[in-house]
Structure formats: C-alpha cells, structure tokens
Design a protein around this ligand. Structure first.
Ligand code: BG6
Length: 462
C-alpha cells in the first residue's frame, strides 16, 4: 500500500436526475428544456436517444443502491429535477416526486451511503425557459422558492447540498457555443445568465443557512486549468489568464471569495455588457459564499495569444481574446475529444489551497467516457476497462499528493456510477463503473473498474 487517504474519505460517484431517472406515465414530471428540445429537434441527439430513455433509475434505484454498496460507495451525488418536484417551475409541488426522492434518499441512508444533493444540473423547467430562463430575474426568485422547498422536504436527512453543477456550462452551451438549449450566440445574454446563476447560488446559500439546518452547502464547478503555450511568453500568459477569468474565476471567485474577478469585470464593462445589478445583490453575493467546493475535472485548457483574426459574425466572444493551443503530443481521450492531463487535478487543488483560503473541497467529478465498450467484454460477460482503472488511479495519486501538501480535499467521486445518458451525446460515451445494457431493459453489470473501486474504498487507498 503506497497511497493512503485521510480517514472518513468520501468514496463514491456522481450522477444527475435528468441523466438517470427517465420519464414514466403519471410521474407528474413536466418538461425540462431537454425534453422540449428533443421533441423539436431529435436529430441533434446521438442515435436519436432522448432524455426520457435514461437508465430507469426512477424504477431501479433500490437495485442500483445495492450495486453502489457492492462497489464500495459511502457517498453518492445526484440532483433533484426541478421539473419533477415543481412541474411549472413555481407553484404546486408534485407529491409523486416527493415520494420518489424521499424513498431514494432513505434507501441510500439505510444502506450506509450518504446522499449528496445538487439542485440544478442544466435542467430548466421549460415553463420557466419560455419566460427567459436564467435571463430573467423571476427565475432567480422561483429558484429560491424551489430550493427552500427542497431543504424543507429533505434537509433533515440530506447534509450535503449543492446549488449548481457547472454553472458555466449553461452559459457556454446555451448562449455562446450552441450545445445547450436555446442554442444562441449572444455574449450579453451569456453574461446575464451567468450573473443570475451566481446570484441564485448566493441566495440559496443564504436561505439554507437561515433555516439553521445541520449540514453544509456548496457549489460544483468544472475547473479547467488554463495553461499558456509558453510560460515565458507574456502574450500567451496574458491570454491564458483571460481564458481562466472567463471559464474558471467567473464562478470560482464569487462562490468562494464573494466577488467577481476584476479583470473579467473590466472586459465586460468595456463591452458595455454589464448585467442589471439590483441594490443589495453584490452584498448578497459577498455575504453568502460556499461552505464546500465541489471540483469537476476532466481536461485542461491550452491557450496561446490570439493569432487568428477576430470573427465578428456573432458579436463579441471569449475567443476574441485568445486562441486554443493544439499542443503536440498531448494524451487524448479520442472518444470525447478531451485531453487527459492527470496533473491538472493537482494544480487545481494547489490553487484552491494557495489562492482560495484552502477551502474545504472534494473532487465531485472525474472520469473517462469511452465509446464501444462492448469490445472489452470477457467470457464472464464483464467489461474489462483497465484504461478506466488507470485513469482513476493516476488522478487519485495526484489528489493524494495535494492532500499530503495540505489541501483540504475530503473525497473523490467518479463520474459516474452506472452508464448514463449524456445530453446531446446520449449513450455514445460510457462513463460508469457499472454497464447498462439498453437492449435488455437497462440490465446492470459491474465492470472490472467497479470491483477495483471497492478494494480502493475498503483499503482507503491502493
Ligand atoms: C460534466 C457534467 O460536464 O461532465 C455531466 O456534470 C456530464 O452532466 C459529464 O455528463 C460528462 O460529459 P459528457 O458531455 O461527455 O456527458
């Protein structure tokens, strides 16, 4: 044994409601933006598989929790679907949803798995999207009512809450790079959406603390360390810093420090795209920072100074300030098209220690999506995913090193427990410790990595 983690380390995985639960007759769920988009443009989704056909967790959660136990989980994160709990976004609470989430939470606890709940995972109720979604201040107010409802209903048992998962993604996907609904390109809207998400997070934290529940609340951010092509080239360094402001510090700074990064504010001001800030907003953000930070890490961002001409077709874009650097020789996950750079996780953790007050944190997602894993099925019907074991081990070694150096990192969650539905990619890339066979009503089979994870959890290291 060479790598040993601190006592009570969280071993588990993460998932989300919209990617796992599925839709069933009389379940009372309304449409989220994903359900709606699939109805209008199904061809956008890989193999035409939509969000109603996820891993059937709504029906199978009891079986799934037994499997989580078998692969050594002591913790597990999913999300409550707003469109399930409060189908219109505001107003009546769906009692079927209350029953489902209560049972799910109770079953996890009864099996020694602590539930972590995220409150927003890209899944705006369509009724609110029609009124502007995160562009509208009304959504912020509706969200506060929704999260309070969650705290009241489930806060006696759920002790780890998260206001958002990767809030930068709805900004990028929905309003800049067109991979989320409403699929627009509009920097001004992107800024407003991001601002309202930050504000909603602070208001949720405020509400949680005011209720005096004995748990903690944080946010989950996908941090993509921004590396300059050449550290000795000031133009590259400057460009990398701007990319970092757009994609990391935009949410990291307000969430942990209670303020927006000055360089980003400067850019947005110059563009005359500052959002509408109401009196008291900035105080709310300042006074309601996170108790804990969830860090999702998959891939770094390689940046060089702008060399290509600025494209003015769609108005300003973050990329006006930098170019992506295609570093020769980088290690790739070809299925997802993401670079694998294990040390990135260490750099993020070091940054939180050195520049963010060593905030209590955990790795809330990390993982490897692979297409066509049936290739690796052995005689016993098990997927031998040694590449996943290697991926997790390599990242965990760096997490361990950061902890040894004093970073306050208290757990590791893999994305994901069982293969799930992934937005426009649907079931293309499989991420799970457990395989899901869609042709056999979602039959589950633990992969080699799942059995390996159990030994890591049992030994608290490897
Ligand atoms: C994270 C999200 O971005 O990465 C998940 O929180 C997502 O929802 C996961 O599924 C993997 O990314 P993708 O796009 O391959 O599904």
């Amino acid at each position: 044994m060479t790598v040993k983690f601190p006592e009570n380390f969280w071993w588990g995985s993460s998932a989300s409601g919209p990617q796992t639960e599925g839709r069933y007759e009389n379940d009372g769920k309304s449409e989220s933006i994903w359900d709606h988009w699939f109805q209008t443009e199904p061809e956008k989704y890989f193999d035409g598989v939509g969000p109603e056909k996820t891993s059937r967790v709504y029906k199978k959660y009891k079986e799934d929790i037994q499997l989580m136990k078998q692969i050594g989980h002591n913790t597990f994160r999913t999300s409550i679907q707003w469109s399930r709990l409060i189908p219109n976004g505001v107003g009546e609470v769906n009692q079927e949803a209350v029953r489902f989430y209560n049972d799910y939470i109770d079953e996890l606890i009864a099996n020694g798995i602590e539930p972590f709940m995220n409150l927003y995972h890209f899944d705006m109720p369509f009724a609110l999207q029609e009124k502007g979604g995160w562009l509208s201040r009304e959504t912020v107010e509706a969200y506060v009512v929704y999260v309070k409802t969650c705290f009241e209903l489930f806060g006696d048992r759920v002790k780890h809450w998260f206001t958002h998962n990767e809030p930068v993604v709805p900004v990028e996907g929905g309003y800049l790079y067109q991979f989320h609904y409403p699929c627009e390109i509009d920097m001004k809207k992107a800024v407003t959406v991001g601002y309202h998400e930050v504000l909603s997070s602070a208001k949720a934290i405020q509400a949680y603390h005011e209720m005096g529940l004995d748990g903690e609340i944080g946010i989950i951010l996908n941090l993509t360390p921004s590396y300059p092509r050449d550290e000795k080239n000031p133009e590259d360094v400057k460009a990398a810093k701007i990319a970092d402001a757009f994609f990391n510090r935009s949410f990291l700074d307000p969430s942990v420090k209670g303020e927006f990064p000055a360089d980003l504010v400067e850019i947005v001001k110059d563009l005359e795209m500052l959002p509408e800030i109401h009196e008291g907003d900035l105080e709310t953000i300042q006074n309601n920072t996170v108790d804990i930070l969830g860090i999702n890490y998959y891939t770094p961002r390689r940046i060089k100074a702008k060399e290509t001409p600025v494209d003015h077709t769609h108005g300003p874009m973050p990329d006006d300030y930098f170019d992506v650097y295609d570093m020769p020789g980088k290690k790739m996950n070809p299925y997802r098209g993401w670079e694998i750079y294990e040390k990135g996780i260490y750099d993020i953790l070091t940054n939180t220690r050195e520049n963010y007050g060593n905030i209590r944190c955990y790795i809330s997602e990390n993982g490897m999506g692979v297409e066509g894993e049936e290739r690796f099925i052995n005689d016993q019907g098990q997927i031998e995913d040694d590449y996943r074991i290697e991926f997790v081990k390599d990242h965990l070694s760096y997490v361990h090193q950061a902890i040894q150096e004093g970073t306050n990192c208290v757990g590791y969650h893999m994305w994901t427990c069982m293969d799930n539905w992934s937005w426009l990619n649907a079931y293309k890339n499989r991420y799970g410790f457990i395989a899901v066979d869609l042709a056999q009503e979602g039959k589950r089979t633990i992969k080699k990595s799942g059995h390996w994870y159990k030994t890591v959890s049992d030994n608290n290291g490897f």
